[in-house]
Design a protein around this ligand. Structure first.
Ligand code: ZN
Length: 213
C-alpha cells in the first residue's frame, strides 16, 4: 500500500536515543527503502551523564547509533537544550521546530506521544503539534513512559531492521544499565506488536494526523 507514503521524515528525539527506542527499526526500514530521514535530538543531556563518562559522550553515541539505522551524519542534528528543563524553554523549543519545518519541509514527523510521562518528552510532543500543524504526525511508543498508547499504525519490519535497532541501542554504552535496551526486551516488544497485525515483527505508532497529498 502506498497511500501518501512519506518521502522526507523528521524524527524528533527529546534526548539522544529516544528516536532509536521509539522507532529505530522503522527508521532502518525507511532508510533501506531510500527515504530521507532526518534525526533531531534536542539535548545530549550533558548535565546528567553518568560519572566516569565525558560530558559529550551522548553526542558521539548518537552519531554511531543513527549511522547504524542508515541516517547519514549530515541528517543528524544535536541541539543544546538542557535536560529536564524543556518546559521552561518551551518557546525556544517551538522556535527551533518552526525553523526545522521551514528548512526541511518534512512530510512525516515522528514524536513522543503527548501522554508521555517524561516532562521533556511531553513538552516536545505538545510543541510539535504547534510547529507541524499541516504535516502527518506519528507518535512513537515508549512503554516505560506511557500509561495509555493507541496502536493505530503499524510498520511491518524485517529481521535486518530489528538487528539494526539492537545495534543502534548498543551504541549507548554510557546508558547500558537500562533494562529496556536489553535485546530480549526490544525483540519482545516488536514481536508483541507484530502479533497484533499477524506478522512476526512490527513497531506501533499513534496516528496524530495523516495527510494524503
Ligand atoms: Zn528521553
Amino acid at each position: 500500500m502506498n497511500l501518501g507514503a512519506p518521502e522526507r521524515i523528521l524524527v524528533l528525539a527529546p534526548h539522544t536515543d529516544d528516536g532509536e527506542f521509539g522507532a529505530g527499526a522503522s527508521i532502518a526500514r525507511w532508510t533501506t527503502q531510500g527515504r530521507e530521514v532526518y534525526y533531531v535530538a534536542f539535548s545530549a543531556c550533558q548535565t546528567s551523564v553518568p560519572d566516569g563518562w565525558p560530558e559529550d559522550v551522548l553526542i558521539s553515541e548518537v552519531k554511531r547509533a543513527t549511522g547504524e539505522l542508515g541516517i547519514p551524519l549530515a541528517r543528524l542534528r544535536v541541539l543544546e537544550f538542557e535536560v529536564r528543563m524543556f518546559a521552561r524553554d518551551r518557546q525556544d523549543l517551538l522556535q527551533s521546530m518552526v525553523e526545522l519545518n521551514e528548512e526541511l519541509t518534512p512530510d512525516l514527523v515522528l514524536m513522543p506521544t503527548v501522554g508521555d510521562l517524561h516532562q521533556d518528552h511531553h513538552t516536545v510532543a505538545t510543541e510539535a503539534l504547534r510547529a507541524f500543524k499541516q504535516t502527518s504526525i506519528l507518535s512513537y511508543e515508549m512503554p516505560w513512559n506511557n500509561i495509555a498508547f493507541s496502536t493505530q499504525c503499524f510498520v511491518h519490519l524485517f529481521e535486518e531492521d530489528v538487528e539494526a535497532k539492537i545495534r543502534a541501542l548498543a551504541c549507548y554504552e554510557s546508558q547500558a544499565s537500562r533494562h529496556y535496551s536489553d535485546p530480549d526486551y526490544v525483540r519482545a516488544q516488536i514481536r508483541f506488536r507484530g502479533t497484533q497485525i499477524g506478522v512476526k515483527q512490527a513497531e506501533a505508532f499513534e496516528v496524530v494526523r495523516w495527510v494524503v497529498r
